[in-house]
Unconditional design. Structure first.
Length: 421
């Protein structure tokens, strides 16, 4: 009798666990380059392992548009998306709508890069898990540097000169649409990351410092902006004012630019079988702002978080832990050149073989410049929006650098009036 009860309980238990786990989870994955395909392979593997199904929701490529969409969905308390791919600078902005993952993630987080772990916490709680790390990089055409006998540029002045020489030479060689340098110049979050690199490379600070002081109005920042504005229409197409990551990559990968600023994901694509520049590309730290400047790459990257409005938070959390785990981060690094956030993977030989730049540029990643997201908290998006709009004005020659920075300082002070948080 008791055996009968035991086996009945066991069967009921199995049934219960089967029905509990058979759920559909939806995840928002970005779709830059091969990102969608690589995300799909990862979620399919989890679905197969657990018996659940996963639906991928595509999101806009522009980080700024993506955030607006997320805020709209979350403000309405919509449970349509269970797992959100969020930017490292959004954790504070979205935290109120996310599940606290501390209990599930605390055993793992110690193995992740400290800077990425930091971006996942809000007031000491783990509100997301790190998925991949980004830092701004300089992509160059090694074959063209060889052809024109130029070294990899170390300063922005070197880059400006080399880009001009190659552009002039290639145009004479019948490539009328060839450009020296492409990057992200649209008025969106990407421009914040790019312009922060220029300013930091001239030792002009990080917009708002770690103590919360607004530092952006300074002569070094103005000099950095003047240099960048000088590229537009000379070594950089005017169209850059509407470029995000993918437009810049499109020009560079078609073989129509000597240099490009982009994130690591562009490497796997540039080296892909169908790429016209396969085997001709190198990656270096972004140039310094003069001899006493520094190489500065902005820290970017993505995290995975669970919506507080998810009806299947437990399964959603399990998916997050799977995707951010070691095996999946390794697969993504090898196939898509997404930099892992798990420290031990930096000595993995398969990853190093697929992405030699990860080891060569370890300094760029460990010294990446953080945006002032933690210190400005809920206000970060407002700060960034004022910043990229001011920069866009300068690049489109509607404002002088000094004038734009002065106005920006005033606008940021207005946002800060009652403190940042
Ligand atoms: C990348 C980075 C992210 C950054 C964005 C800007 O997705 O990972 O941190 O905000 O680009 O476009």
């Amino acid at each position: 009798m008791s055996r009968l009860i035991a086996s009945f309980t066991l069967a009921a238990g199995l049934l219960a666990s089967a029905s509990v786990s058979a759920v559909e989870i939806s995840i928002s994955c970005s779709a830059l380059g091969k990102e969608y395909e690589i995300c799909k392979q990862g979620v399919d593997a989890w679905a197969q392992k657990t018996g659940n199904t996963v639906k991928i929701v595509s999101t806009p490529n522009s980080a700024t548009e993506r955030l607006a969409l997320y805020q709209q969905l979350l403000a309405a308390g919509a449970g349509d998306i269970d797992v959100f791919q969020i930017d490292v600078v959004w954790t504070g902005i979205l935290a109120d709508h996310l599940v606290d993952l501390t209990a599930k993630g605390q055993g793992e987080i110690g193995g992740h890069l400290p800077a990425m772990a930091e971006t996942s916490r809000v007031n000491g709680k783990l509100m997301a898990m790190p998925w991949f790390a980004d830092a701004g990089l300089l992509y160059y055409r090694q074959d063209l540097l060889d052809k024109y006998k130029r070294p990899v540029p170390q300063t922005w002045a070197d880059l400006t000169e080399t880009a001009r020489i190659i552009q002039e030479g290639e145009r004479k060689d019948d490539k009328g649409d060839f450009w020296g340098y492409v990057w992200q110049g649209r008025a969106y979050e990407g421009l914040t990351t790019v312009a922060l690199e220029w300013i930091a490379s001239y030792n002009g600070g990080t917009i708002v410092d770690e103590k919360g002081e607004i530092t952006v109005e300074n002569p070094k920042a103005a000099e950095a902006l003047k240099t960048a504005a000088g590229w537009v229409g000379t070594i950089t197409p005017e169209g850059v004012l509407n470029y995000t990551e993918e437009e810049a990559r499109g020009v560079f990968q078609a073989g129509n630019a000597a240099f490009m600023r982009n994130w690591p994901y562009a490497w796997a694509l540039a080296q892909g079988a169908d790429s016209t520049i396969k085997g001709k590309v190198g990656i270096a730290p972004l140039p310094k702002g003069g001899a006493d400047g520094r190489h500065a790459g902005t820290l970017g990257g993505q995290l995975l978080a669970v919506s507080k409005y998810s009806k299947n938070a437990e399964a959603a959390t399990d998916l997050v832990m799977y995707l951010t785990g070691e095996a999946e981060q390794k697969r993504r690094a090898v196939e898509g050149s997404f930099n892992p956030t798990i420290v031990s993977l930096y000595s993995d030989t398969d990853i190093a073989k697929a992405n030699p730049f990860i080891g060569d540029l370890a300094d760029v990643f460990s010294n990446a410049v953080a945006r002032p997201a933690t210190v400005t908290g809920q206000n970060y998006n407002k700060v960034s929006t004022e910043f990229f709009n001011a920069i866009h004005q300068v690049l489109s020659k509607r404002s002088q650098p000094e004038q734009a920075l002065n106005r920006l300082d005033r606008d940021l002070k207005r946002i800060k009036r009652n403190g940042w948080q």
